[in-house]
Ligand binder design. Sequence first.
Ligand SMILES: *Cc1c(COP(=O)(O)O)cnc(C)c1O
Length: 241
Amino acid sequence: MKDIKVMAEIKENLKSIRDQIEKTALDCGRNPQDITLIAVSKKKPVEAIVEAIQAGSIHFGENYIQEAMGKIDGIKNIAPTGLDSVCWHFIGHLQSNKSKFAVKYFDYIHTVDSLKLAKEINKQAKKIDKVQKILLQINIGMEDTKSGIIPEKTVELAEETAMLENLSIEGLMGMPPFSSDPEDVRGYFKNMVEIKKEIEHKNYAKVSMYHLSMGMSSDYEVAIQEGSTMVRVGTSIFGRR
Ligand SMILES: *Cc1c(COP(=O)(O)O)cnc(C)c1O
């Protein structure tokens, strides 16, 4: 895929999403710089990621370990300018036995939803002397089809995870049930904020609740209005998958 039209669209799409993020933030009294745009590049080729890097993107999200490793290594070989500053976010479901690779390749893991997984990530991080940044994923809509810890168990998971010395807990991630009307998901985002506050009040050592990773192509504006600090946008940047 060195489709010139698609490449030009990535650049334009990024510009319009950045503008929209800025406008949405300013309209609700937030600093646009407090919102990180994560370009979700799953199932998209290395060329598309390179294009986004050249258009100024720094943060990328990937869902599948195997695919991501190939692409991240591939990009290193191309070595475009600006690569040094690229930050990789793992946003897919993580099996414990793949933790080693997630730790090796990713700056952030957004999808920690059990103590077992947290312990395995901690163990792998320790081996390479890394403090791994993680977020706790909440199954905010309590859907059978989604991963994530159930809302009322999240505080407990934060407390247990806080004791693992090679993890740094940076916040919460969640994905509400799909709806064609973004207003339908506002309540779920509000619940995320409530859980975040509850954990903040506990003052666990090593637990920062700075980040709220919420909002995708269909609902990132609402997520920003409710306090998101990381929006994960795929389709609106790279097109349909
Ligand atoms: C695919 C994916 C996204 C991006 O979704 P779009 O609707 O394409 O913007 C965001 N978050 C997660 C966890 C995903 O799996």
